[in-house]
Design a protein around this ligand. Structure first.
Ligand SMILES: [Zn+2]
Length: 861
């Protein structure tokens, strides 16, 4: 699964992952082995309903079982039969308890047939239809099972420990097409104008990977080694579909070779669906993707996320679908590898520098979550809902863990271990220990130390590295301190990491010298005899270990590193350290790198650093950087100019936005940044900037509304302006294209901060109203907006959202947003406010009671 959307916490204090209501979760006891699931369904799309029969063949594990309990939420259960004999059952809306008239016998499989129906399902299966406000929305039906939502569309033993073959037969009206797992074994057109599609999946898989996608799709046919590879998109998106998914066969070949295991299913389909609640979902042989990933020609200039999404879901066909996790606690085994596939695909397709930078950004996603949300072990079975586990720890930190395993083993042994892991567990379930054992089997290496430090406990090392040179004795001294984010050396023994880290002494004109040292104490100093003074020092040469570094080197070493270190990540660290030092000389070195560095990502990062140094020279270096040939660098330069906040920056960004840029993202950044430039010191330009942003809103509708959403974000920075608020509010009503509307909803939070109390009330009323909409992405946007507000009244709206939403993710982020608002207004004030509200309610309660008593007294008279 791939998340497209995640919560940006603003608060800097780390909270506990374990929230009230969290408890240990175990797989249930097994009554037997499920051998086959057959769904035979008739969809009535206009009514948002379906009905039919779910037949489960189960081979009992014990004699004498007299009942079976299935997961089944909010279904209408009509009848239950076992081997065609009607059975008694109880159903409470959550579990279906079947009382077997004939107790089970080992080895004698039984066929349980449940006839049922569903209307307007809340989860699991989603109906997409044109509506009054969105008359051009396509008609589609799609499912999302992971993690425990298949039970909302068919009765089943809904946990990943049960693998079974499956078969889905679905009747829909023409001209709709049905795509599902495995092979299409028949289609039938009925005289009534209906069609029946019959799909069969012959390799075992868990219920959460069973899927159904229905729509009036264009089928784009491709192939890999003679096997069908199809892309399904709405009929007006064929060119975008080819552009976005066209590398799939190449990726299938690449992964088949890397893993030493051929793509395991008879076909591969990717279906792009509307309003999808994730980025993508790796249903067995049939991945569903959000249609937001479809890129047009202009987006293709600098959009790489679609390609990453495609390889991520494809990688799951091995990691997740061929080898299935036994319990959600081990979801990192598949999500970490799928996220890591984005890295090694980038290496293959774009080179090792791009891959190193991709990995750095994965690490950063995790580091941000670790510092602002919570720290947890990657593997844990203590949670409230399994969906809470789908965070930056299992994805990005998981990818970093795979990379460290590869670093420890070397390429050959790593891929051998992965191959053994896949071969030994194909079509079976696994836990983390199985990976550790496969590594040992392939290489003889016991990597428990790595798993213990990075997987089974939370955190990572934060290193401070100091260097000095003694010219008389020709000794380099390196002092490494493990700070773990605590500047005052309060790190405890059990927070320390014990790793062997390579140190490189680099020279601009010759090979570097490398020494590997064991770093395991709070502070260690190492002395290295060298023939001559090194130009720069590469700590963790290759940057393979997940960590943070703070380089305490002198200016000349940092400048030399930025210029000469062959590792782009080390150059980025040098740029960060230089910016921290500040001063004209640092700016000159950064300005040179922005112009000269041959790798775009270094220029991207250098621009960010220049934005942090408050000197006129950084502004002029950045303005020159607007000419960079790489769109991603220009985007970064524009962002950085937003921090410089002087008149030339404003003029340069304004000019860029007015004339336009080949990239949507650069234009969006320019629009976003204009707001923050004006709000700081250039108030006299406010009217003009609002006018320009409004013009962008009127004229630059386009791909995924990226540019217009940037303009909305720009307006949101004009916190005291009612005119800016009025502009944003125009894009809130239903009927506004969804991505633009979501941006406008989120913007209400930022702009609320400088508004007068009546305007804040207006914003609150809008958000309270929007909170009633049930669409997942709307709810997330409402939460994001409320979380930025500075009034206790936002808490009340969040509270009701948290208690009413059926979605665990929304509940979790709403609760976190409450803590955020409390942080903004101070907990004391919040307590006081809630007390007052409680008092108010008590009074009302009292009044109601006395009214009731009066009435009762009267009625007795
Ligand atoms: Zn995934």
């Amino acid at each position: 699964m791939s998340l497209e959307y995640y919560f940006d916490a603003e608060s800097s204090d780390r909270k506990s992952f374990i929230v009230p209501g969290a408890k240990p979760h175990y797989n249930p006891d097994r009554p037997g082995q499920v051998e086959h699931i057959f769904l035979d369904l008739i969809l009535e799309i206009p009514k948002e309903s379906f009905s039919g029969t779910c037949t489960i063949t189960i081979n009992p594990i014990r004699d004498g079982l007299t009942n079976l309990t299935l997961d089944a939420v909010n279904l209408h259960i009509h009848t239950v039969q076992v081997d065609e004999i009607t059975q008694n059952f109880d159903y409470d809306g959550e579990y279906l308890e079947i009382y077997l008239s004939q107790p089970t016998t080992i080895g004698k499989a039984i066929k349980v047939a449940i006839n049922y129906g569903v209307e307007k399902p809340q989860r699991g299966l989603y109906f997409i239809l044109p509506s009054e406000h969105y008359p051009h929305k396509p008609t589609q039906v799609w499912t999302q099972g992971e993690d425990e939502d298949s039970r909302y569309w068919f009765p089943c033993f809904d946990y990943p420990g049960q693998l079974t073959t499956s078969e889905i037969r679905v009747q829909v009206s023409q001209p709709l097409t049905v795509v599902s797992n495995g092979e299409l074994i028949s289609t039938e057109a009925l005289a009534s104008g209906e069609s029946i599609f019959h799909w069969s999946q012959k390799q075992v898989h868990p219920t959460y990977l069973m899927t159904l996608a229905v729509g009036d799709f264009a089928e784009i046919q491709d192939e890999w080694r003679g096997r069908p590879v199809n892309y399904y998109v709405e009929k007006d998106r064929v060119a975008d579909g080819k552009r976005s998914m066209g590398k799939t066969p190449k990726m299938m070949e690449f992964l088949s070779q890397k893993f030493g295991y051929d793509y395991p299913f008879p076909k591969y389909a990717q279906v792009c669906v509307d309003d999808f609640i994730f980025g993508g979902m790796e249903n067995t042989s049939t991945t569903l993707l959000t249609d937001r990933c479809l890129i047009d020609e202009r987006a293709a200039i600098d959009n790489r996320s679609t390609e990453s999404l495609v390889v991520h879901e494809l990688c799951h066909q091995w990691f997740g679908d061929l080898v299935v996790i036994k319990h959600w606690a081990h979801a990192w085994v598949k999500e970490g590898m799928a996220s890591y596939s984005e890295v090694f695909w980038t290496d293959f397709e774009y080179g090792k520098d791009d891959a190193a930078y991709y990995l750095l950004n994965e690490a950063r996603s995790y580091l941000a979550e670790d510092s602002s949300r919570y720290r947890r072990p990657i593997v844990t079975h203590i949670y409230r809902e399994a969906i809470e586990l789908y965070d930056r720890h299992i994805y990005e930190k998981g990818a970093c863990v795979y990379h460290m395993i590869r670093t420890e083993l070397g390429d050959d042994l790593f891929w051998k271990a992965i191959n053994i892991f896949l071969r030994d567990h194909a079509h079976q379930t696994v836990e983390t220990i199985d990976l550790i054992r496969a590594i040992e089997k392939a290489s003889g290496r016991n990597l428990m130390f790595l798993f213990d430090q990075y997987v089974f406990r939370g955190g990572h090392p934060d290193y401070k590295v100091a260097y000095s040179w003694d010219n008389d004795s020709k000794l380099a001294k390196i002092t490494v301190t493990q700070t773990q984010g605590k500047p005052d050396k309060t790190v405890t023994e059990n927070e320390l990491f014990d790793l062997k880290i390579p140190l490189g002494f680099g020279y601009s004109s010759e090979e570097s010298k490398t020494f590997t040292v064991r770093i395991h104490e709070k502070e260690q100093s190492f002395y290295f005899p060298l023939e001559k003074k090194p130009d720069f020092i590469s700590f963790d040469q290759g940057n393979n270990y997940l960590k943070t570094v703070n380089l305490d080197y002198a200016l000349p070493e940092l400048k030399a590193q930025l210029r000469h270190d062959p590792d782009p990540i080390s150059r980025i660290y040098a740029a960060q350290a230089l910016a921290k030092k500040g001063g004209l000389e640092a700016v000159k070195a950064l300005a040179e790198a922005l112009k000269e560095d041959k790798f775009w990502a270094v220029r991207f990062e250098v621009a960010q650093e220049l934005g942090k140094v408050k000197l006129d020279q950084s502004g002029s270096a950045l303005i020159a950087g607007l000419q960079d040939p790489e769109a991603r660098v220009r985007r970064s330069v524009v962002d950085a100019l937003g921090k410089v906040k002087d008149r030339p920056s404003l003029q340069a960004v304004e000019q860029l936005l007015a004339t336009g840029d080949p990239s949507y993202y650069v234009e969006a950044a320019a629009a976003r940044v204009l707001g923050s430039l004006v709000s700081a010191t250039l108030k006299d330009q406010e009217v003009q900037v609002i006018q320009l942003l409004n013009q962008v809103l009127q004229e630059r509708s386009g791909w995924n509304e990226v540019v217009r959403a940037g303009a909305i974000a720009g307006l949101a920075q004009l916190k005291t302006s009612v005119a800016a608020l009025d502009s944003i509010v125009q894009y809130i009503p239903l009927g506004v294209p969804q991505p633009l509307r979501l941006a406008a909803i989120r913007a209400l939070g930022a702009i609320s901060k400088g508004q007068t109390p009546p305007e804040v009330e207006r914003i609150l009323a809008l958000l309270a109203d929007l909170a009633k909409e049930t669409f997942f992405l709307t709810q997330l946007s409402v939460v994001a907006a409320l979380g930025q507000m500075e009034t206790p009244k936002a808490i009340a709206v969040l509270q009701s959202l948290a208690t009413q939403t059926p979605d665990g993710r929304v509940r979790r982020v709403a609760e976190e947003a409450i803590a955020q608002v409390q942080g903004h207004i101070g907990a004391d004030k919040a307590v006081k406010q809630i007390r007052e509200e409680l008092e108010e309610m008590k009074k009302e309660n009292q009044q109601l009671k006395s009214r009731l008593e009066n009435l009762e007294a009267k009625s007795k008279d």
